[in-house]
Design a binder for this molecule. Structure first.
Ligand code: 4AD
Ligand code: MG
Length: 431
């Protein structure tokens, strides 16, 4: 008999089926054992009546614990009290992997669950999050490939910074020092003069020294870079991309959103609306008028300011033209307002913060050199990058999506840590 995925058994009423999986719940009474079995597709109630089993089998059933792995055969019957209204009346079983005293039973504190993350990822909540994560990754690849972008890979070990020296992870590289990648961007800027439109989905590393619900030391970024495009072009693609991701998750993961108690209609509405674009200046004026918050012009928006600003929007928004001074070296001045840069962030609603950062790229050699000097960089390390401005440079732009933040927002998670299987933060690098 072939094994059926648990989900497939829901429509097999009155048929003999065989399933396999792990014990999600077990309840033992004097003459009946109820086992709710779990596999990657769902949960299924199975019932074992003592009459159908010999003493040895009955003892084995009674010794089983949560998370033991087993195969079960029996007849599917309709049962309104069981999950999905199906129950298997078991006629035979095989224990594949025993499980004595599964450690996750009473203590559900975040610290403990982090210690036993290798076991906790079996939980229904985590399983649903990782299914959604898989949809998000698939949607990113689909979105860019449909638009004719090439997937392009950059080194993880890099000799330069991209997003400021303070969050670099140093790595011993033979006799030299290198850094783990902070961004794919600088190499993408080299490649757009060959491939024109490229994207990547890959790991990124930042030595974030503070403990927040939005920062990981290792996270995944989905970046894009395109020749001939400007700020407006890419910020619109950014909106389209996040809407596309949302659409795919809504199509593929209704059940998972249900398990996570997310409001599907609310997400649908967000995907259908227009998402506003405002300037940093406008953001400051909203904060002043509506929140009575005075942000000195020139300061980057902090979490508290982003959160207060987002109280006034129910969709993600794009904020452009942040002060040039506070920005990474490659972001160019806006000729129309030179104190600001041709850059944007996308902010998610409900306190999920910045989910995209991007910009046009400066094509002005002198501007780049002076910004690098201001950041205390040795220009000679960036000659390769500056070459890109010397030989057939054209306007180009790009952005990076913080994948865990998007997942955290779509799933309604309290912390980005739960959006990645094995999180790395300043306080946690095990298991
Ligand atoms: O805004 P960031 O730093 O932009 C860049 O790295 C650009 N070089 C990308 C590009 O233009 N190709 O990072 C991009 C996004 C942020 O908007 C945020 O969503 C996410 O990456 N992010 C983090 N996510 C989790 N943990 C962290 N420590 C993060 N730092 C940034
Ligand atoms: Mg940023």
């Amino acid at each position: 008999m072939d094994f059926k995925a648990i989900k497939e058994t829901y429509s097999e009423i009155d048929k003999e089926v065989a399933v396999r999986g792990w014990i999600y719940r077990i309840r033992k009474t004097s003459n009946v054992v109820f086992i709710v079995l779990r596999d990657s597709t769902g949960i299924l109630q199975t019932v074992f009546a003592q009459d159908n089993f010999n003493k040895q089998e009955w003892d084995a059933l009674n010794s089983l614990g949560v998370e033991a792995a087993m195969e079960i055969k029996g007849k599917a019957v309709s049962q309104s009290k069981a999950p999905n209204n199906v129950e298997i009346q078991a006629s035979s079983f095989k224990i594949v992997g025993e499980s004595d005293n599964f450690p996750i039973s009473k203590d559900f504190s975040p610290e403990f669950l982090a210690d036993v993350r290798h076991l906790w990822i079996r939980s229904r909540k985590m399983t649903s999050i990782f299914k959604i994560r898989s949809s998000v990754a698939g949607a990113i690849h689909e979105f860019f490939r449909k638009k004719g972008f090439y997937e392009f890979d950059a080194p993880i070990l890099q000799p330069n910074q991209c997003e400021g020296g303070s969050t670099l992870f140093e790595v011993n590289y033979y006799k030299d020092k290198l850094y783990l990648t902070q961004s794919w961007q600088l190499y993408a800027e080299a490649a757009v003069f060959a491939l024109e439109r490229i994207y990547n989905y890959g790991p990124t590393f930042r030595a974030e020294k503070s403990r927040t619900s939005r920062h990981l030391s290792e996270f995944w970024m989905a970046e894009m870079e395109a020749a001939w495009m400007d700020l407006k072009d890419i910020s619109e693609i950014g909106k389209e991309e996040i809407k596309f991701i949302l659409k795919r998750v809504l199509e593929n993961n209704k059940e998972d959103l249900g398990i996570l108690k997310q409001d599907i209609n609310k997400l649908k509405k967000i995907a259908e609306k227009d998402w506003p674009t405002i300037t940093y200046d406008k953001a400051l004026s909203i904060l002043k008028k509506k929140e009575n918050m005075e942000v000195p012009w020139g300061k980057d928006l902090r979490t508290i300011e982003e959160d207060n600003l987002m109280k006034h929007f129910d969709t993600p928004i794009v904020v452009t033209n942040y002060p040039k001074e506070a920005m990474a070296f490659y972001k160019p001045k806006d000729p129309k307002r030179p104190e600001t840069a041709l850059c944007f962030d996308m902010l998610a609603p409900e306190g999920y913060g910045e989910i995209i950062g991007g910009s046009q790229r400066s094509t002005d050699l002198e501007e780049l050199k002076s910004s690098l000097k201001k950041e205390g960089e040795d220009i000679s390390n960036y000659e390769w990058y500056l070459d890109l401005r010397r030989y057939g440079s054209v306007p180009h732009s790009g952005y990076g999506v913080g994948v865990e933040r998007v997942i955290a927002w779509i799933c309604g998670l309290d912390n980005v840590r739960d959006a990645i299987p094995f999180p790395r933060t300043i306080t946690r690098y095990k298991p």
